[in-house]
Ligand binder design. Structure first.
Ligand code: NAD
Length: 419
């Protein structure tokens, strides 16, 4: 990770690339490349030892032309204003790619949650929810989980919001526990759409998934579930996985569930006894595999590393895992990259299903959730590949942004510019 690309600049470059293939003026493009507003706040919270902890927190509302702002909340020491802006922008175009009626937003707290107790994290989250309260709501802005947040944090935010607003509004956040109004299939959704994208990609490229070798970088929600579904549903062989502790490798396959059990017990993939070797993260990213799934954080692969990548296909479970320079190198080297705004869109798509169910107070079976998700991902995939071929676009990513930008543009133009 030598080259620290600014993720917000990466997003803007991706939009510029797509705009070259569309009829959009620079003035309107400027509007669509920048957030509508950002909340920046400092949460002051009493810690367990009686001292005061002060935590910088953000919420960016990037674009609401297609519906309420929608996007996760990240708890990580690396959270910055520009990262939140980029992640919020990617949400706009992700929701447009799968054609669900949302705009995009994102938020985060600059914090390493491992350093705080559960009760401290609860107070910090409730303080954040109190700051967010005036600008969120099921028709306004709907947060969800992201890195280091999950059902627990969403339940706290919902509880705080509903208490302060004296209402019942489960659709104010998604990614909740089932008993609190969550949807079946939500926990798996990001991994499921990544698996479905890989399935469609292999079919498009007329390659077999059975026995295909896979390396997965990052073994949290997105990575571990992708790995399991690739094994279970596509019969692929996951030969390497990593997390921030390092990487493990077995050429005959690791067994995604067994690695997950080991990680649950030890908090790390390293030391897994089914591995034949331990690798560094860079070694994992440059393994000679059929499919590479980056599922950790942004900028995992820069231009230098991209020259050494040996995978034939990359399916991005993480947001922004390739720097724009890495993207160009891989494109020149004819490595097929299936972008984040399609591959990991399952998370927000099933969040949308959760919100629909919350509003109707009528809950679906898991089979229905998975079926509707598959339909939307396959339709989006086909639409993107049709545009890729029709316009002879340089990359699948550009094709995805062309589809998405056109939809946002249309919504903006139809509504008109007011006030
Ligand atoms: P998570 O916190 O559950 O997991 C992140 C994983 O990445 C952890 O295993 C961590 O150890 C690992 N990691 C961090 N730095 C690493 C490094 N340098 N090398 C290798 N591994 C590293 O988070 P998540 O929810 O799985 O999110 C991962 C990515 O997927 C993020 O980019 C997120 O924005 C994206 N995403 C997640 C969802 C979702 O529903 N969870 C939806 C869409 C996109």
């Amino acid at each position: 990770m030598s080259e620290h690309a600014n993720p917000f600049e990466s997003l803007q470059e991706q939009l510029d690339d797509a705009a070259n293939h569309l009829d959009v003026g620079d003035d309107v493009l400027e509007r669509l490349k920048n957030p509508e507003r950002i909340l920046e706040t400092n949460l002051s919270v009493e810690l367990d030892d009686g001292s005061l902890g002060v935590f910088r927190a953000y919420r960016a509302q990037f674009n609401g032309d297609r519906g309420p702002y929608k996007g996760g909340l990240r708890y990580h020491p690396g959270v910055t204003r520009d990262e939140v802006k980029a992640l919020a922008g990617w949400m706009v175009y992700k929701c447009a790619v799968v054609d669900i009626p949302y705009g995009g937003g994102k938020g985060g707290i600059v914090i390493d949650p491992r350093e705080y107790s559960e009760s401290e994290l609860e107070r910090i989250t409730r303080a954040f929810a109190t700051e967010l309260r005036p600008i969120i709501g099921e028709d306004v802005d709907i947060p969800a989980p992201d890195v280091n947040t999950g059902q627990r944090e969403m339940n706290w935010i919902k509880g705080t919001y509903e208490t302060l607003e004296n209402t019942t509004e489960p659709g104010v956040v998604t990614g909740k526990a089932i008993e609190s109004g969550g949807s079946l299939g939500r926990v798996e959704a990001t991994g499921r759409s990544t698996m479905l994208t890989a399935r469609e990609a292999f079919e498009y490229l007329e390659t077999d998934t059975a026995g295909a070798t896979v390396a997965v970088q990052g073994y949290g929600n997105a990575g571990s579930i992708t790995a399991r579904l690739l094994e279970e549903e596509l019969d692929a062989t996951v030969v390497a996985v990593s997390d921030s502790s390092g990487a493990v490798y077995n050429p005959d396959g690791l067994g995604a569930e067994a690695v997950k059990t080991h990680k649950n017990e030890t908090r790390a993939v390293s030391g897994f006894d089914g591995a034949t070797d331990e690798l560094t993260n860079d070694e994992l990213l440059t393994l000679d595999v059929d499919l590479l799934v980056p599922a950790a954080l942004e900028n995992a692969i820069d231009a230098d590393l991209a020259h050494d990548v040996q995978a034939d296909i990359i399916v991005e479970a993480a947001n922004g895992p390739l720097t724009p320079a890495a993207d160009s190198v891989l494109s020149e080297r004819d490595v097929y990259v299936f972008p984040d705004i399609l591959a990991n869109a399952g998370g927000v798509t099933v969040s949308y299903f959760e919100w629909v169910q919350n509003r109707q107070r009528f809950y679906w079976t898991e089979a229905r959730v998975n079926e509707e998700l598959e339909r939307l991902i396959v339709e989006a995939f086909d639409e993107i590949m049709a545009r890729y071929e029709e316009l002879e676009l340089p990359s699948v990513r550009t094709a995805a942004y062309v589809v998405a930008l056109q939809r946002v543009l249309k919504a903006y133009e139809e509504a008109g510019n007011w006030p």
